[in-house]
Design a protein around this ligand. Structure first.
Ligand SMILES: [Zn+2]
Length: 467
């Protein structure tokens, strides 16, 4: 069997027994997926997923960053080049290449996620190897044609109660409209991600601002018009179910400039050719502006900082964004969040969720901040920190100061649809393992631990994100 019932549980029998009992109470709870990047078109059109390579390999930057690091070129994986140059188009060949390199994922969460989907969705209970690659390809390909493997059927089978996708500020949200008009009951909402019109260093920023003006009929030539345009887009997103905004900035920098200074900075930004420092200041000012807008419209503000995006210049030039060459950087939250917290940190009705790619900030900065400011909550381990070991460290580093109730449950944050149940399964198991240890050490009664397990698996995400 690929999936052992006791996977990720502590090895000692006493704690393991407690973890098993706790997990039994949460394993079948519905999934709340408040932050992620699945394609809303899947739920709108409900078409069959294409071949195994397009489903598992091509959209997954965890997979191609690992293969690339071992000398596989992205062209061999069928990743589209910006110049339209030739890339592999035979999905079976791509799959074979993936299988040839499967050993690279030993000990990684990618291995856990893939094998969970292989076993629970496709009934495959043998390890992928170069020898059985063709057989497994055929099995997945055949299954994908069955009606129960369509996106909506999987949504129900995965027991997803609510899922959020993430769309750019300029998106028309047509797929969300289509889902809502279809009469299908699945709860799919969007989230407002305005990086392309907030970050002066984003590709095509000037054109994006033009489009923002056209879409909203606001005068983006002025600071007040620009802010009004955001308010309109947020309302448009909110009408399509959005309960949050999301901001993927390079740093956690926030700012709270006077109106006059903000206006001056915006004028400078509009002229183009801004320094990196000005760009960072502008992004920081916009986080505070977004938080202030949240006071009015109720959207939860998510800050996802600390990724040095597109670190590999040559890869970015030939393939564009999101190609597995983003690298975490250090982040200083104490200084960076202070202007925003000075402005809105004491608002009990506001929810700002901070995430990090810098684990050193958990016990020193983020848990103390979230364990004090009423508006601030701590997001779960993200991206490079969504492995079982990192999830356990998250609890160990944050619980003593922030407790469980200044955290917001789990986010799968994925574009890989089939990995969603696996990721929630891992998070639930790890949290139960952590709680089992507290029970075994007589720091919590088991009935309290069961209540916390339920909160972490379900209630906290539902409440923090208003889903
Ligand atoms: Zn995300």
């Amino acid at each position: 069997m690929l999936l052992h019932d006791d996977r990720l549980f502590p090895a000692d029998p006493v704690t393991r027994g407690i973890a098993r009992r706790l997990f039994a109470t949460v394993r079948d709870l519905p999934i709340i997926s408040p932050h992620g990047h699945t394609d809303p078109r899947w739920y709108a059109e409900d078409n069959a997923f294409p071949d195994p390579a397009t489903l598992f390999v091509k959209p997954d930057h965890y997979i191609f960053r690992m293969l690339y690091s071992q000398g596989v070129r992205l062209e061999q994986l069928g990743i589209t080049r910006k110049d339209g140059g030739p890339v592999e188009s035979d999905p079976r060949k791509i799959w074979k290449l993936f299988a040839d390199h499967w050993h690279l994922f030993r000990g990684t969460p990618t291995r856990l996620w893939f094998e969970h989907a292989a076993s629970t969705v496709f009934g495959i209970n043998e390890r992928l190897t170069p020898d059985n690659a063709d057989k497994i390809y055929d099995r997945i390909a055949a299954k994908l044609e069955e009606p129960e493997l369509r996106p909506r059927a999987l949504f129900e089978r995965f027991n997803i109660e609510a899922i959020s996708t993430t769309e750019g500020a300029l998106d028309d949200l047509r797929w969300h409209d289509m889902v809502r008009e279809s009469g299908w009951g699945g709860k799919v909402v969007t989230a407002y991600r305005p990086d392309s019109v907030v970050d002066p260093e984003f590709e095509g920023f000037a054109d994006n601002l033009e489009k923002l003006g056209e879409l909203t009929g606001e005068d983006i030539g002025s600071w007040t018009g620009y802010l009004a345009a955001h308010r309109k887009r947020r309302a448009y997103f909110k009408q399509r179910g959005a309960t949050s905004s999301d901001h993927g900035h390079a740093t956690a920098r926030t700012a709270n400039l006077s109106d006059a200074d903000a206006e001056k900075l915006y004028a400078k930004i509009l002229k183009g050719k801004v320094s990196g420092k000005d760009a960072d200041l502008f992004r920081g000012q916009m986080l505070t502006e977004m938080a202030k807008m949240s006071l009015d419209d109720g959207l939860v503000l998510q800050i996802h900082p600390g990724s040095h995006r597109n670190h590999n210049a040559a890869l970015f030039e030939h393939f564009g964004r999101d190609m597995g060459c983003d690298i975490p950087t250090e982040t200083n939250y104490v200084e960076a969040l202070k202007p925003l917290l000075d402005a809105v940190g004491n608002e009990p009705g506001l929810t700002v969720i901070a995430f990090t790619l810098d684990e050193t900030a958990y016990s020193r900065e983020l848990a103390p901040l979230a364990g004090h400011y009423p508006a601030l909550r701590l997001g779960p381990g993200w991206w490079f920190l969504d492995a079982p070991e990192a999830m356990l460290r998250f609890r160990e580093l944050t619980t003593e100061t922030a407790g469980f109730y200044n955290t917001v449950g789990f986010n799968d944050d994925t574009r890989a649809y089939l990995s969603i149940p696996a990721r929630h399964d891992v998070a639930r198991r790890v949290d139960c393992a952590y709680l089992a240890k507290l029970v075994a050490e007589h720091r919590l009664e088991e009935d309290e631990a069961a209540e916390v397990a339920h909160d972490l698996a379900y209630r906290l995400a539902k409440e923090a994100y208003k889903l």
